[in-house]
Design a protein around this ligand. Structure first.
Ligand code: B3K
Ligand code: ZN
Length: 850
């Protein structure tokens, strides 16, 4: 394992090298004497030898710690320490380790360990941040009972578990150090209670900075709904008397599931109609549910080692997706989830960063909190549920929760529960965890004498370190329609297990029209010759909402690809199809909005790459504009009515019925703006009484390049609200066209409100630059240069956020020679930076194919 020897520098570590910890911990007592630059952390740890260990070396991780004193069983002791940890000769019997270290939270800009954000102390320990707080065996399979004392003048002092008063906390549930948390600051809180199904009352709090209290009720409501859902669906009850959430402005990701003390990026919990969009409300609800669900899938049952990360993350994403589906409607949620999966995970799986859901090796685990581990990990759970059925799935989960409660587990432990309850051999299914790459499934069909035969041929392209792949088990849901658009066969799950696998449907009157991979039952790429007439038919008739949308999307992609490659004009059948969708009053507004959102620049690029064409992002962008104008003209007559009908009256509510209407209404506004130069959008901007409407209008105006006044007014109105300002920063870069994007991003870094130390603000500008595909890839290469400069600067401040942002370069091999050369040069320049962090070094090395 990493740090196995005291002098070890960051090394590649391997799943196959796992060994159990030499010493286990029963109890940990921590005392914090808080000070911005000289916090003292005093630890008293009860160790005992692990009877199962083969290697008996006592090793404690520790980084950026100044050791003041240490003792073993009361005897002062001078350890041998390196920059990564220390070793000691210790008794082969239980003993007490005590140590005092000094740390400096206010200069900790990496935001790992104990740090300060706007004057408050907070922590982030997953994955390996606890070692920046105290010497400790910082690995998830060492679980201990923590008691914490916090000394300081702050009004609020919080840690995990139960509040013993006077800054003292006790968490009765043994946990790994990555779930440790501490918060101290002058905070205010919204309080509520939840009564569990067994009748226990749990105190709930959301702690925020003064002035943000009005942004907490939605989060509290989402928390209570999540607690109820987990009881109803998975039978999981909360297990402490207190559950605290704290909002923090400077945070590397969305949120963290620390036991009983979830810490949230303020963008992932604070919501108000004035300052948050429908999308923000949705995201907040999802993240609150996700972190809460970790209490069972992650905290009560954790991971044996970090290779098993998907054990908690894939499962918890799957659970939060189920919750969102139950809350907001399964059809639109599934489309949303698949859009994300394709945009981020398929892209990752198809490039230099491809890795299995359970990686075999890593250098820096923070680089593996990826779409593959999370979103593909969730898809794998979904496929398991589809293959064994709902009842067996929940039975297996119950067994998992009882058999492994309080343990640190592996994927093998998880799968065994389902093998034991179903009697099914899941060896082949396990390949989903082991093999990287998105399977491609070619579909051939034949019809003869009333029998319709579907032949599936699966293959997975090579990925780094994995040249060949074995066939996986792939559950493909298939429905059949007749040419009147009626279902003629119940949806069947075709379990594809071989490289070539045939399925027969008999006693049919005529060749059916198949609807394949309904609900996106498997995360695969279907390769199928399909006419646009058939796509239009499925768009009109498929009863599976996912495939109905999918048909429209495939049609749109084909139209765009032909416009790009053949300079074709927009396809009339496609435009007619969209007019039919717009007119169809039986369709949900949210679904219509999705149908009109069309494929992204990145989607089209992928489609071009698949057909052997080198994508030109500029041309794709300009073609998209032409198509969007044609679509707007095609539905022109309907737009005023759609727009008027979708206006929501009464006070703002984030409920799905209203947010879907706003989504469709604002899609109509975007089309109107292409025709009226932004006149309607300017009106909406003036009258908007919530952020969704205000921001949508501003977006239309900026896209039409007429929103200068509103842009300034927006800034003046919201300049004191950090979260709204993040939106404003992002809008400036997102809507800057082509060669204007990179200079705009650069200019935004000179704005007085820009700061490199706040990850949200950095991501607002540079995430928007990376997301502005045509701007980032402008042929001048300025996008690459500006991005590389920013990453080189940020790496010294915050390696984790830097490393993550390098993924904007992951498609570099897809482009023409000039762009490739410029991107390679940018990556090499980052890599050659003196003192570059291990996090970023690993990423750019993998990106370059090293
Ligand atoms: N478990 C955390 C992620 C920690 C990331 C560390 N780099 C949040 C989540 O997945 O719920
Ligand atoms: Zn998670």
């Amino acid at each position: 394992m990493k740090d196995a020897s005291p002098a070890a520098a960051p090394l590649e570590i391997f799943l196959s090298d796992y060994t159990p910890p030499a010493y286990l911990v029963d109890t940990v007592e921590l005392t914090f004497k808080l000070h911005p630059t000289k916090t003292r952390v005093i630890s008293k740890i009860a160790f005992r030898p692990n009877p199962e260990a083969t290697d008996k070396t006592f090793y404690l991780h520790g980084e950026d710690l100044t050791l003041i004193r240490a003792s073993i069983d009361g005897q002062d002791w001078k350890p041998y320490a390196t920059e990564h940890g220390l070793t000691a000769r210790v008794p082969d019997a239980p003993f007490i380790w005590e140590a005092e270290v000094e740390i400096s939270p206010s200069t900790n800009t990496a935001l790992e360990g104990l740090y300060m954000s706007n004057g408050m102390y907070c922590t982030q320990c997953e994955a390996e941040g606890f070692r920046k707080i105290s010497y400790y065996p910082d690995r998830p399979d060492v679980m201990a009972v923590f008691t914490v004392t916090i000394e300081g003048d702050e009004k609020v002092k919080l840690s995990n578990g139960n509040d013993l008063g006077d800054g003292k906390w006790h968490d009765p549930h043994p946990k790994p150090a990555y779930l440790f948390a501490l918060v101290a600051g002058d905070l205010v809180n919204l309080h509520d209670t939840f009564t569990t199904k067994s009748g226990r009352e749990v105190d709930l709090n959301i702690y925020v900075r003064d002035g943000d209290l009005h942004k907490t009720p939605f989060g509290m409501d989402a928390l209570k709904r999540s607690m109820k859902w987990d009881e109803d669906v998975y039978g999981r009850e909360y297990d402490l008397d207190l559950f605290n959430i704290v909002a923090v402005d400077d945070f590397n990701m969305g949120a963290m599931e620390n036991k009983g003390l979830n810490i949230f990026n303020s963008s992932a919990v604070l919501a108000s109609p004035d300052t948050s969009t429908d999308g923000n409300f949705h995201r907040i609800e999802t993240i609150i549910a996700h972190e809460y669900f970790h209490n069972w899938t992650g905290n009560r049952i954790t991971c044996r080692d970090w290779f098993q990360l998907c054990l908690k993350e894939g499962l918890t994403v799957f659970r939060d997706q189920q919750f969102s589906g139950d809350t907001r409607g399964h059809a639109v949620e599934r489309i949303n989830d698949v859009l994300q999966l394709r945009a981020r995970q398929f892209r990752e799986d198809n490039g230099p960063l491809a890795h299995p859901v359970r990686p075999e090796s890593f250098v820096e685990i923070n680089n593996f909190y990826t779409a593959t581990v999370y979103e593909k990990g969730a898809e794998v759970i979904g496929m398991l549920k589809t293959l064994i059925g709902d009842e067996a799935y929940y039975e297996g989960c119950d067994l998992y929760f009882t058999r492994h409660d309080g343990q640190a587990c592996t994927i093998e432990d998880w799968l065994k529960c389902f093998e034991d309850t179903t009697g099914r051999d899941l060896t082949q299914f396990k390949l989903w965890y082991q093999q990287a790459g998105t399977p491609r499934v070619k579909v051939d069909e034949a019809f003869q004498d009333g029998t319709y035969t579907l032949t599936f041929t699966q293959s997975t392209p090579p990925t780094p370190g994995q040249d060949t792949k074995d066939p996986r088990v792939i559950p493909i849901a298939v429905g059949l329609l007749n040419d009147a658009g009626e279902e003629i066969h119940p949806t069947k799950i075709c379990e594809v297990t071989d490289e070539v696998h045939k399925f027969r449907f008999t006693s049919l009157d005529a060749k059916p029209i198949p609807s394949i991979n309904r609900g996106f039952s498997a995360p695969i790429i279907l390769e199928r010759e399909q006419s646009n007439a058939e796509r239009a038919f499925l768009l009109a008739h498929d009863t599976d909402p996912f495939n109905k949308w999918e048909a429209g999307r495939a049609l749109a992609r084909d139209v765009m690809v032909r416009m790009v490659t053949e300079d074709a004009t927009p396809d009339q059948a496609y435009l007619d199809g969209l007019v039919a969708v717009a007119r169809d009053d039986t369709l949900d507004p949210g679904f219509k909005a999705f149908c009109f959102s069309g494929p992204s620049n990145d989607d089209i690029q992928q489609a071009l790459v698949d057909s052997g064409v080198t994508p030109d992002p500029t041309k794709i962008f300009l073609t998209g504009q032409t198509l969007n104008l044609s679509i707007s003209q095609a539905v022109q007559d309907l737009l005023p009515r759609i727009y008027a009908e979708m206006q929501v009256t009464g006070p703002y509510s984030p409920k799905v019925e209203d947010s879907d209407r706003r989504a469709w209404g604002n899609a109509a506004l975007a089309m109107l703006s292409r025709l009226d130069g932004g006149a309607q959008a300017a009106k909406q901007y003036e009258t908007a009484d919530n952020m969704t409407q205000q921001l949508a209008a501003l977006g239309c105006l900026l896209r039409a390049e007429v929103g200068e006044n509103q842009n300034q007014a927006f800034y003046d109105q919201w300049k004191d609200d950090r979260l709204v300002m993040d939106k404003w920063f992002a809008m400036q870069v997102m809507h800057a066209k082509l060669d204007k994007a990179a200079p705009k991003a650069q200019a935004m870094t000179q704005h007085p409100d820009f700061t490199m130390t706040n990850p949200n603000r950095f991501r607002a500008v540079f995430g928007a630059l990376g997301g502005n595909v045509a701007g980032f890839h402008d042929r001048s290469g300025e996008g690459y240069r500006v991005m590389a400069d920013a990453l080189i600067t940020l790496d010294k401040i915050n390696p984790q956020t830097t490393a993550r942002m390098t993924t904007v370069f992951d498609t570099w091999r897809r482009y023409d020679a000039d762009r490739q050369a410029m991107m390679r040069e940018a990556l090499e320049r980052i890599k050659a930076t003196e003192g570059l962090s291990g996090d970023t070094t690993e990423m750019v090395t993998r990106l370059l194919g090293g």
